[in-house]
Design a protein around this ligand. Structure first.
Ligand code: AP5
Length: 217
């Protein structure tokens, strides 16, 4: 039951992926989180991707695809995956098809998180993030119990450097130009499921569970 989440920045993909991975015992592959890990560790890949992430642009496909390939090779077939933020363009989608085929895996569901651009800006300019636990908060909509501290891990929460309004607007543009064609791509494959991402996190989660219960695999 490999699953894929497509949606604009701030549509709630990460929030739902963390919750769903825990509930259904799935592996969560967030290419954004992996890149941020490399940035923090100042690895060679981290140095190569810094500029793209700071500007809200896509990291070159070769670097992204190679990173995903390494992640996939470390998993057994029994371990199922939520792809969060990958693929982001048609070239990556086709590379993913190849990787899945080679690994003997199959996508069972693609969820498209639908949300208006203005809501995205409001959400991202209030987001707080815990790098180790991956937990995501919002300064108004979902504050942690203790200000600035992750409820789960106790670590200090941070504001992502690419959550400044002007960068968020660039990321939205990238989504509309590069990632939106994937909606058609997966619709034609009969895998697409549209989810209204403007409702509460719990309502979105219930919609995901309902859709997953409808199909197995
Ligand atoms: P990435 O980290 O993947 O960012 P993104 O896709 O832009 O998505 P976000 O993490 O910003 O948002 P989200 O949808 O996960 O929302 P969240 O749950 O956090 O990528 C970052 C960068 O890495 C890219 O710009 C690019 O440079 C690079 N990159 C990554 N993947 C790449 C790829 N495949 N190819 C090339 N480059 C790549 O929620 C947001 C906020 O809203 C939170 O505060 C949350 O609490 C709140 N919230 C969530 N759900 C709700 C709700 N239902 N109601 C109210 N508030 C909510």
């Amino acid at each position: 039951m490999d699953i894929l989440f497509i949606g604009p920045p701030g549509s709630g993909k990460g929030t739902q992926a963390v919750k769903l991975a825990e509930r259904k015992k799935l592996k969560h592959l967030s290419t954004g989180d992996l890149f941020r890990k490399h940035l923090k560790e100042k690895s060679s890949l981290g140095q190569q991707v810094q500029l793209y992430i700071d500007k809200g642009e896509l990291v070159p496909d070769r670097l992204t695809n190679d990173m995903v390939e390494v992640f996939l090779k470390e998993l057994s077939l029994e371990e199922k995956i939520i792809f969060d933020g990958f693929p982001r363009n048609l070239f990556q989608a086709s590379a993913l098809d190849q990787m899945l085929k080679q690994a003997g895996r199959q996508l069972a569901h693609v969820f498209y998180f639908e949300i208006a651009d203005d809501q995205v800006v409001d959400r991202l300019t209030g987001r707080l993030w815990a790098p180790k636990s991956g937990c995501i908060y919002h300064i108004r909509n979902k504050p942690p119990q203790k200000a600035g501290i992750c409820d789960q891990s106790g670590e200090a929460l941070i504001v992502r450097s690419d959550d400044k309004e002007e960068i968020v607007r660039s990321r939205l543009k990238v989504f509309h130009e590069n990632t939106k064609p994937l909606i058609d791509y997966y619709e034609k494959k009969g895998l697409l499921n549209r989810i209204s991402a403007e409702t509460s996190p719990e309502t979105v989660f219930q919609s995901l569970l309902k859709a997953l219960e409808g199909k197995s695999g």
